[in-house]
Design a protein around this ligand. Structure first.
Ligand SMILES: [Zn+2]
Length: 108
Protein backbone atom coordinates (compact mmCIF):
# COMPACT_ATOMS: atom_id res chain seq x y z
CA UNK A 1 0.00 0.00 0.00
CA UNK A 2 1.48 3.38 -0.94
CA UNK A 3 2.25 5.86 1.79
CA UNK A 4 -0.29 8.67 1.85
CA UNK A 5 0.49 11.93 3.58
CA UNK A 6 -2.22 13.24 5.90
CA UNK A 7 -2.39 16.42 3.86
CA UNK A 8 -3.28 14.41 0.72
CA UNK A 9 -6.27 12.74 2.42
CA UNK A 10 -7.76 15.80 4.17
CA UNK A 11 -9.99 18.20 2.21
CA UNK A 12 -8.30 21.43 1.14
CA UNK A 13 -9.79 24.84 1.89
CA UNK A 14 -8.27 28.13 0.78
CA UNK A 15 -9.03 31.66 1.91
CA UNK A 16 -8.59 35.00 0.21
CA UNK A 17 -9.03 38.48 1.69
CA UNK A 18 -12.55 39.76 2.24
CA UNK A 19 -11.78 42.94 0.29
CA UNK A 20 -11.28 42.92 -3.47
CA UNK A 21 -10.04 46.47 -3.98
CA UNK A 22 -6.94 48.33 -2.85
CA UNK A 23 -7.91 50.93 -0.19
CA UNK A 24 -5.42 53.43 -1.66
CA UNK A 25 -6.09 53.36 -5.42
CA UNK A 26 -9.23 51.15 -5.76
CA UNK A 27 -7.33 48.78 -8.08
CA UNK A 28 -8.24 45.07 -8.00
CA UNK A 29 -5.99 43.08 -5.64
CA UNK A 30 -4.03 40.19 -7.20
CA UNK A 31 -2.98 36.90 -5.65
CA UNK A 32 0.70 37.14 -4.62
CA UNK A 33 1.87 34.34 -2.35
CA UNK A 34 0.75 31.80 0.24
CA UNK A 35 0.77 33.39 3.68
CA UNK A 36 0.44 30.10 5.57
CA UNK A 37 -0.73 26.56 4.94
CA UNK A 38 -1.63 24.41 7.89
CA UNK A 39 -3.05 20.96 8.62
CA UNK A 40 -5.81 21.83 11.11
CA UNK A 41 -8.03 19.45 13.07
CA UNK A 42 -11.65 20.63 13.50
CA UNK A 43 -14.48 18.92 15.37
CA UNK A 44 -15.78 17.80 11.95
CA UNK A 45 -12.42 16.38 10.86
CA UNK A 46 -9.07 17.52 9.49
CA UNK A 47 -8.61 20.12 6.75
CA UNK A 48 -5.63 21.60 4.98
CA UNK A 49 -6.20 25.36 5.27
CA UNK A 50 -4.36 27.73 2.95
CA UNK A 51 -4.40 31.51 3.28
CA UNK A 52 -3.37 33.58 0.27
CA UNK A 53 -1.85 37.04 0.50
CA UNK A 54 -3.06 39.52 -2.11
CA UNK A 55 -1.32 42.71 -3.19
CA UNK A 56 -2.08 45.73 -5.28
CA UNK A 57 -0.31 45.51 -8.64
CA UNK A 58 -0.58 49.21 -9.56
CA UNK A 59 2.78 50.85 -10.16
CA UNK A 60 3.50 53.64 -7.68
CA UNK A 61 0.64 52.75 -5.30
CA UNK A 62 1.58 53.46 -1.65
CA UNK A 63 -0.09 50.18 -0.62
CA UNK A 64 1.73 47.99 -3.16
CA UNK A 65 3.91 46.32 -0.50
CA UNK A 66 1.00 45.64 1.87
CA UNK A 67 -0.26 42.07 2.20
CA UNK A 68 -4.03 41.64 2.38
CA UNK A 69 -5.26 38.37 3.85
CA UNK A 70 -8.40 36.78 5.21
CA UNK A 71 -9.45 37.75 8.73
CA UNK A 72 -11.80 34.75 8.78
CA UNK A 73 -8.88 32.34 8.25
CA UNK A 74 -6.91 33.98 11.06
CA UNK A 75 -9.79 33.25 13.45
CA UNK A 76 -9.64 29.53 12.63
CA UNK A 77 -6.34 28.71 14.29
CA UNK A 78 -4.14 29.56 17.21
CA UNK A 79 -0.48 30.17 16.59
CA UNK A 80 1.69 27.02 16.90
CA UNK A 81 -1.36 24.81 17.46
CA UNK A 82 -2.54 22.05 15.18
CA UNK A 83 -6.06 22.07 16.63
CA UNK A 84 -8.54 24.66 15.43
CA UNK A 85 -9.68 27.44 17.74
CA UNK A 86 -13.21 26.04 17.63
CA UNK A 87 -12.03 22.58 18.78
CA UNK A 88 -9.87 24.00 21.60
CA UNK A 89 -12.83 26.06 22.91
CA UNK A 90 -15.12 23.03 22.70
CA UNK A 91 -12.64 20.80 24.55
CA UNK A 92 -12.11 23.44 27.26
CA UNK A 93 -15.86 23.74 27.83
CA UNK A 94 -16.23 19.95 28.05
CA UNK A 95 -13.34 19.77 30.53
CA UNK A 96 -14.90 22.47 32.74
CA UNK A 97 -18.27 20.72 32.56
CA UNK A 98 -16.62 17.42 33.55
CA UNK A 99 -14.85 19.04 36.54
CA UNK A 100 -18.13 20.66 37.69
CA UNK A 101 -19.94 17.32 37.41
CA UNK A 102 -17.28 15.62 39.54
CA UNK A 103 -17.52 18.38 42.16
CA UNK A 104 -21.31 18.10 42.42
CA UNK A 105 -21.08 14.30 42.64
CA UNK A 106 -18.48 14.42 45.43
CA UNK A 107 -20.46 17.07 47.36
CA UNK A 108 -23.67 15.01 47.32
ZN1 LIG B 1 -3.25 50.22 -4.84
Amino acid sequence: MPYLKKSKIAPKVSYRPEQNLCPFCQNILKRDHILWRKYLIFSTGPQVVTTWAYRCSAVGCPGAKTDYHSAKAEKLHLRKHRFSRELIVRMTLLKKQHINNRRTQSAA
